[in-house]
Design a protein around this ligand. Structure first.
Ligand SMILES: [Fe+2]
Ligand SMILES: [Fe+2]
Length: 490
């Protein structure tokens, strides 16, 4: 790649320090504010009073960044925004704004801008006007825009030409489109879940319509193209994990339900019930949820009460109707375990419903593979699956767990693997016809040098031969090798 590197400012990348963190926070503000500025200017003239507030905010942020960094760049590479070399982390609330900017940049042949100094209100106004006036259908909008800025002496906002990501053996455009749709759905669902849980926590009326719509999009995507959404569940965003967990569990549950042959309607109901499975956790204080050490008896009681609290909260939701019962059952039963070893303690009087058994598997898999405050490092997806298949097999429905392995593969998306070529790769998706031989993106070559390699299908055999071209030797711990799974999967 010729522009920013794929260095990211997440703790998983191991590069987070105070400075990077601050730049990323300010970069996020800058991107959000630029988005507001452009959107406002599309409705009102830049001289309008409505433009004033966003203008002041934008100028202030540019000033802060310039003071700290001197010259800096805001750029789109692939589907991400970077501030200098730090990637701006996506979450539910920033996704739409980032995507808007990336699209606006792309149609003008721009990757973004270099900020070479502090900016004044007249300069920003001229810049915004010219940006919106660019003829995107011209043969070189980037050139036209640059020339127009020069004429009006806009000096401190310098347009940068589009960076074309390196292509491997895959069609970048096609992959980008399907990933874009999957990511949009994914982040919208996280946002809807966040609103839902926060409203429930604050005892405000909760409307389920957005959640239902989000689940419907997930079902549609999974029915059409099963794997790219499952791949996204492997990226755990630390800040929003509580909400993302609910969406991940929904995606994994729907995928498993699809493999079991459930109807589209049933998949929709399963998806909503799965999103709501931990709603009762909205009543537990954050410090208990994220406590690094062992919980006291009292804290544990609070924690294990979330299934019952969930039932109570769901019973108060508006717009749930016929779904309510199923969702309440799932919220109540998802920690019971098949052998009754979980909670609430009911003896052996109750048999878990099909939905609860599905959600319990998806829930455990997602929780085991996430960074949690009380665990030093998460299980790799491969380890989590093994744990569930061997050590914990009594707790889950045996048939369903086998179907789950067939859904996510023996090496689920996000697993880092050593290949028999001595290269290292990250599983991007599994092959339904061979669960031991997924598709893998190469991230380190034979000499362990970091590469942005191609995607290799491990189920591929040489023509006319019975032997496979490449195979997996073992699953690796990404942290030991300093590999950032999110970078490879997005
Ligand atoms: Fe739970
Ligand atoms: Fe959960």
């Amino acid at each position: 790649m010729t522009g920013p590197t794929t260095r990211t400012a997440t703790p998983a990348g191991g590069m987070q320090d105070g400075t990077v963190q601050r730049i990323v926070v300010q970069g996020r503000s800058l991107a959000m504010q630029l988005c507001v500025l452009l959107k406002t200017a599309k409705i009102h003239d830049v001289g309008n009073v409505a433009f004033h507030g966003p203008l002041v905010n934008f100028i202030e942020t540019v000033e802060q960044l310039f003071t700290a960094e001197r010259e800096f760049k805001l750029q789109a590479v692939g589907d991400f925004l970077y501030i200098n070399h730090s990637r701006l982390k996506l979450d539910g609330s920033s996704y739409a704004s980032y995507q808007y900017l990336i699209d606006e940049f792309r149609t003008r042949g721009l990757s973004g801008f270099a900020f070479t100094g502090k900016v004044s209100p007249p300069e920003v106004k001229k810049f915004v006007r010219l940006f919106l006036d660019v003829d995107c259908k011209s043969s070189d909008p980037y050139e036209d825009f640059g020339a127009a800025l020069g004429k009006l002496s806009v000096e401190h906002l310098v347009p940068l030409r589009t960076i074309v990501p390196q292509s491997g053996t895959i069609n970048i455009e096609e992959v980008r489109d399907s990933r874009k749709a999957a990511k949009r759905t994914f982040y919208r669902a996280i946002e809807a879940t966040k609103m839902l849980m926060l409203s429930a926590r604050d005892r405000r009326p909760v409307d389920l319509r957005k959640t239902k719509r989000a689940v419907q999009s997930i079902v549609d995507l999974i029915l059409n193209e099963e794997f790219s959404l499952v791949g996204l569940t492997a990226i755990k965003n630390h800040d929003e994990y509580t909400f993302q967990h609910c969406v991940n569990v929904s995606i994994l549950s729907i995928s498993l339900g699809q493999r079991l042959g459930l109807s589209k309607k049933m998949l929709g109901e399963l998806g909503v019930a799965a999103i709501l499975h931990d709603l009762g956790k909205a009543t537990i204080p954050g410090w208990v949820l994220n406590k690094p050490g062992k919980l006291t008896a009292e804290e544990w009681k609070l924690m294990t009460d979330h299934p019952v609290q969930g039932v109570k909260m769901i019973s108060k939701l508006r717009g749930l109707n016929e779904l309510a019962l199923r969702a309440m059952i799932v919220a109540f039963e998802h920690h019971l375990n098949i052998d009754g070893s979980g909670y609430p303690k009911l003896g052996d009087h109750l048999r878990m419903s099909l939905f609860s058994r599905i959600v319990a598997i998806a829930d455990c898999f997602d929780a085991m593979t996430a960074h949690r405050s009380y665990r030093k490092s998460p299980f790799t997806p491969y380890e989590a699956l093994h744990h569930m298949l061997v050590a914990n097999r009594e707790k889950f429905d045996g048939l369903l767990i086998k179907a789950f392995v067939n859904t996510v593969g023996m090496y689920p998306a996000g697993t880092v693997v050593l290949l028999d070529t001595n290269e290292i790769g990250i599983v991007t998706e599994h092959n339904a016809h061979d669960i031991f031989r997924p598709k893998v993106k190469i991230v380190a070559d034979r000499d362990r040098k970091r590469v942005d390699g191609s995607i290799v299908d491990l189920s591929h055999r040489e023509e006319g031969s019975d032997t496979y071209t490449v195979g997996i030797v073992s699953a690796l711990n990404p942290e030991e090798y300093g590999i950032n799974v999110a970078d490879a999967l997005t």
